[in-house]
Design a protein around this ligand. Sequence first.
Ligand code: S3P
Length: 735
Amino acid sequence: MFNQVAFIGLGLIGSSLARSLRANGLAKTIVASSRSERTIRTALEIGLIDEGFSDAADAVKNADLVVLAMPVCATQAVLESIKHNLKSTVIITDVGSTKGNVVAAAEAVFGTVPARFVPAHPIAGSEQSGVLAGKANLFDRHKVIITPLAHSDADAIAQVQQMWQAAGAEVLTMTVQRHDEVLAKTSHLPHLLAFSLVDTLARESQNLDIFRYAAGGFRDFTRIAGSDPTMWHDIFFANEHGIVAALDGFSEGVARLKAAIVAHDSDAVLGILTRAQVARHHFTHMLAGTAYSKTMNTKNLQFVVAAGGTLQGNLRVPGDKSISHRSIMLGSLAEGITEVTGFLEGEDALATLQAFRDMGVVIEGPKNGEVRIHGVGLQGLQAPPNALYVGNSGTSMRLLSGILSAQKFDTVMTGDASLSKRPMERIAKPLRSMGAVIQTTGEKGTPPISIKGNQLLKGITYAMPVASAQVKSGLLLAGLWAEGETVITEPAPTRDHSERMLRGFGYDVTTEGSTIRIRGGGKLTATNIDVPADISSAAFFMVGASIAPNADVILEHVGINPTRIGVINILRAMGGDLTLLNEREVGGEPVADIRVRSAKLKGIRIDEADVPLAIDEFPSLFIAAACAEGTTVLTGAEELRVKESDRIQVMADGLITLGIDAQPTPDGMIIQGGQIGSGKVISHGDHRIAMSFAIAALRASGTIEIEDCANVATSFPLFVELARGAGLKINVVEA
Ligand code: S3P
């Protein structure tokens, strides 16, 4: 708390901060000076200040804190006039939109910037100005950047920081130079453009008409041209360097767009617009603290699922994740336009989509599951501007490894905390023997992955040590560019969507027993893809309907590719009541509606041949086992330890918490069926663990709380809504 705070200038920002100090009781007295007598009179009348002055030098005499809140170009003159009246312990701060010139002004006046001078910039405001426009909550949940210098006093920094935090702001620290660069682009340039556009139009002879018919777009774009001209005049000069650089960059961008329009280059125009649209949405989500897709929230979401209930009705779960990833990859690499319907708008597939946009592919959508991909051909990808971030998605990273190894440019791929722990050498190693230059990180060979471009790949013959569709697919994709034939043998059948889809895009891939062959040098031709519902998402409802009393659901349009139906085989072996209806083929993939009714499940020894065919479904199958009569034994599934979490350990921990006798083994689990109790379990950010324990509540004796559920949006956006609609008593709490 300050004894006396002096404001030099009481415009929108100064008066808002004064109001906030008052509201929070942070200043015993507040005084101010202003060049305008009226401002001082008004401020006194509304009780905003205790005393007012026309001369800044008088205002600062007894102040512990001086806030410079006048236009930035006046800084040097103001400091000059107040310098002999300052208390030795005073803290000085400012609110200016530029920092370089404020610091330079302080240097000019004091020789060196005083240690208790803490330059600051609240990123808040409105196009309104003046003492009456101020609001006590103007800074609430806004950012304030402070730009301390190397010799700045720690106590002074802390006090300025606390003052802004009390005003509700989030305080960030930056160097002076960085601040001016960033603000030139994010604030000064847009203001300049708004002022300039309005001025340009106002000069035209028919300006009245133009303004009369100006609709929302003009109004939105030019709102900030109503801002205070003196202030912006000062800012444009104060940050001349940064603004000119930003304007040059912008002019190049506009010239590119203009050239594309003049040349009728529809792809180039659409490319600019779609990239901008995505960036704009992404940026809105970032500011709102949410992630890329609408449903995913970076905050800790907790599922609270009350015991009991049942599942009823016809349900359509979202599109297949594996096919969605591949539709973007193959569509991007094909010649022509690929239209996708039923695309999974989950975080993982969106990460793949973003990666290809970053490499210059024009992709329209997704909108209601529809995506239009303007393929660039096998030689058409461009170097991305930054590292490709693929979030939680192992499929993106492993398949992209194959594609990127064959490009002409270098790339780096990074992922989130979970992906950063997952093994990547399994794909990097065989790619290296094809001639790729690819580097993983650390002893365990985890992400980030760096890949050098311009390598000539050669086909190899490779017997995969682990059954992994991701590794197989990454190698097949690299094989598109490799000289000669790539021959892969798998130790057990894994999902074959890559092979089927490559054929769908007109590429010759042969499968003979466990051996798959592809020859480089061909081309992919665009095709349309109807993505079936994901059997891995449907699995939660298959298990849920099997364990819940009086359940009867029909899961519509589910992909029943023979390499994915382990969950059906296993549930049936346990006594599950599953009927396949209306079996058909859609775009090279078998599809059916699956009716599932309550059943009395029994424990079984799971056939190891079903493990790769149900590799993603074990978390929910463990719940089925917990509800079955007798013992269920799983072996041969060590792969589960390197999924989005260690699914053996994490599921065993949760089951034990809920009172089930679950014994983890190195390659599986032994589960005694019993009564699921209640309690709090942790999903470790693994989407499938979160959804499995949610389903478990259908047979629990009490409420199950599940921590860390935001990642459900990676594969199953709207899980909660769909499950609730079917009868699960699920609620989401933001922790
Ligand atoms: C996938 C393959 C599987 C699976 C993953 C998706 C794919 O991984 O777990 O969710 O799309 O190829 P592995 O092939 O590594 O077992």
